[in-house]
Write a protein that binds this ligand. Structure first.
Ligand code: GCO
Length: 455
């Protein structure tokens, strides 16, 4: 097991150590108890979209194994569990009739989380849009924001008194750009105007959902989760620096500026005016939509050069030579520190959670063990980056490892393993990797540090 020299006493005494999952990636039971079809059920059945046509029909069978999974999290010694609610379980058609058995499942799950002394962090949307709403236009359609707000209210009327931490959306960038621009994820469409209209619907939906959260979960802290790009110029050329800032307008400020400033980046109107959406009074409201915390998902930075031949004059280039995870992603822990500092300074964000951070490796199960040295190093190095940010005054309240166990990695299916536990899919056994033992030890050491400080 990896040794570490993390300065854990830097972290707040009430720092939340957690793990994160998402409904479609772990639950399975996609046709159980009235659940409706989602865009990911459809996408998985579209030839050529997902590795070996894998799908979430069974996944980690969490829908039936949730109690043992919560016991496993308790055994891991963590404080908090970040999960998502599947909209199609609550509104099988996206709106209209509610499926009470869907609410019943999450009612049991939340009570189970609380009964084990864990803090639930509930994500209302982690990519599984009901297919019928997509059939009616999907996120580019303005009224999906109203349906989302009604869905949020329905969930919170049932669970709101027991959810201390609530997230409206997971990764608006992926929802909009992978879903409607580059077509790499469900629903797999490719249209810039639809992308920007989807972004506006989602920005508006966040504001509407925050109204409902304040009304039906008044005791909760609410926020949003973004995989904000750390865009780095690939060279010191001034034009590449400009391109890097433009990438952040394009990918990130499209969501950050509406959230914190109530407007879109001016550069988008300069470069792609024809794709920008109609904005109505009250759509973007930095007062109503202001989050209590910002959830940051961090995996790797992006490297950018200027490219005047393109509508948005930039191009992503490969990261400098160096270690890569099994996803082919570069590994730059210091980027997490830099990104936290930049977000705090640019938007005066007072409270962060690292809502996802983790790595995929070609894990080998031998003699019932997985000696995942690289994942352990990734974990320690990125926790070190969080500690460095805290030393520089950033208020980070928690860290959620992605993920507790291997699960459905979207278009990569079950081929990529991010878990602290190894999921043996044929038997559905969860087998602790060395990284799980390391995470458990780090959590225990932080608690011990706190106790010693109290004495
Ligand atoms: C994301 C999603 C997760 C992924 C994880 C690994 O950030 O893309 O929130 O569902 O599985 O990040 O790619």
């Amino acid at each position: 097991m990896t040794h570490h020299s993390l300065d854990l006493k830097v972290l707040p005494k009430d720092f939340l150590w957690g793990v994160a999952t998402a409904a479609y990636q772990i639950e399975g039971a996609t046709w159980a108890n009235g659940r409706g079809c989602s865009i990911w059920d459809t996408y998985c059945r579209t030839p050529g979209k997902v590795y070996e046509a894998h799908n979430g029909d069974v996944a980690c069978d969490h829908y039936h194994r949730w109690e043992e999974d919560l016991d496993l999290m308790k055994e891991l010694g963590i404080d908090s569990y970040r999960f998502s609610v599947a909209w199609p379980r609550i509104f099988p058609r996206g709106c209209g009739e509610v499926e009470p058995r869907g609410l019943d499942f999450y009612d049991r799950l939340v009570d189970g989380i609380l009964r084990r002394g864990l803090v639930p962090m509930c994500t209302l949307y982690h990519w599984d849009l009901p297919q019928e709403l997509e059939d009616r236009g999907g996120w580019p359609e303005r009224d999906v924001a109203d349906h989302f707000a009604d869905y949020a209210e329905t969930v919170l009327r049932r669970l709101g008194d027991r959810l201390p931490l609530i997230v409206t959306f997971n990764e608006p960038y992926c929802i909009c750009f992978n879903g409607y621009y580059n077509g790499s994820q469900a629903p797999g469409r490719k249209n810039l105007r639809l992308t920007h209209h989807a972004a506006h619907t989602l920005n508006r939906a966040h504001v509407l959902a925050m109204d409902r959260i304040r009304a039906y979960a008044p005791g909760a802290k609410a926020g949003i989760v973004m995989n904000t790009t750390l865009a780095l110029p690939a060279t010191d050329r001034p034009e590449d620096r400009v391109a890097a800032e433009l990438l952040m307008d394009w990918e990130d400020r499209l969501f950050l500026d509406p959230l914190f400033r109530g407007r879109y980046p001016e550069s988008l109107y300069r470069h792609v005016p024809e794709s920008m959406p109609e904005i109505r009074e009250g759509d973007l409201d930095p007062v109503r939509g202001e989050p209590d915390f910002f959830g940051l998902n961090y995996y790797f930075p992006s490297y950018v050069v200027a490219d005047p031949t393109r509508p948005i004059p930039l191009r992503l280039v490969d990261a400098p030579a160096g270690p890569r995870t099994a996803m082919g992603w570069c590994i730059v822990p210091s980027g997490l520190t830099e990104l936290l500092l930049r977000l705090r300074d640019e938007y005066a964000i007072e409270t962060f959670y690292i809502t996802e951070n983790g790595s995929a490796w070609n894990d080998v199960l031998e003699d019932g063990a997985v000696h995942d040295e690289e994942r352990q190093k990734f974990l320690v190095d990125h926790l070190g980056a969080v500690i460095e940010a805290v030393k520089q005054g950033v208020d980070v309240r928690g860290y959620y490892a992605w993920s507790v166990y291997d699960n459905f990695e979207w278009t990569f299916g079950f081929a990529k393993r991010f878990g602290l536990y190894y999921t043996d899919y044929p038997t559905q056994r969860r087998i602790p990797k060395d990284s799980a033992r390391l995470y458990k030890r780090i959590v225990e050491e932080h608690r011990t540090e706190n106790l010693s400080q109290r004495c």
